[in-house]
Design a protein around this ligand. Sequence first.
Ligand SMILES: [Zn+2]
Length: 262
Amino acid sequence: MGLEAPVMEQDPLLAQHGVAHGFTGRQGGVSQGVFASLNLGLHVGDDPERVRENRRRALMAAGVDPGRLTLGEQVHGTGLRWVGAGEAGAGAWAQAGALPATDGLLTRERGVVLGVLVADCIPLLLADPEAGLVAAVHAGWRGTAGRIGAQAVEALVAAGAQPSRILAAMGPSIGPCCYEVSPDLAGRFTRLFGREVLRVQGGRPHLDLRLANRLTLLEAGLDPGHISWHPPCTACHTARYFSHRAQGGRAGRQAGLIWLPR
Ligand SMILES: [Zn+2]
């Protein structure tokens, strides 16, 4: 324990365009048990000192200042917030500091590391490298139903981004293979996005949350080739990733991180 470095996974599309980002997994931290080992969530019942050490390790592995990690409260809503110099580092060391009622963060400020914490929900990263704008979005089923991805695109466009240039990457999240949902929720998503977002396996509906987000982003004007949406399934790979569903609701959190280098 402790010698292994955190893994900072790269999305091929964002990497190809030189966008600074990373997705963490379970490896390389100091937490134990269900939180082993790189739990980055301060709100899940883990020892806060270990979580802060994990955050230091993860951000150092990414080559950025851990004190510049900026987080939203993440309330499964669609609240977006622009992060300026004044908000940089909000929530980095204490959950109470996270930006309230915020599920999506956007910035044009260099050196601010936007983060979303997840364990099955989609960490969605957006960037218009030419405009110098990035965003990190937490898209669970509620945010997805509220089209938070499209709302983030609209906010970026209002700030000077062009939809045709925006790159989107979905990080490790629960896949349709493992995301069984109630008939009620299945019906709701069918009405919102069409039947293609559902898969029936063993007579039970499974939701393809990534596809729903992809459809939302296409509607918002993104180029189909600018959406990276086949990340690993968190519930299929519980040695590599935290999974709320596969771990019975008691799990740590991994992060999607994006920033504009100084
Ligand atoms: Zn799966």
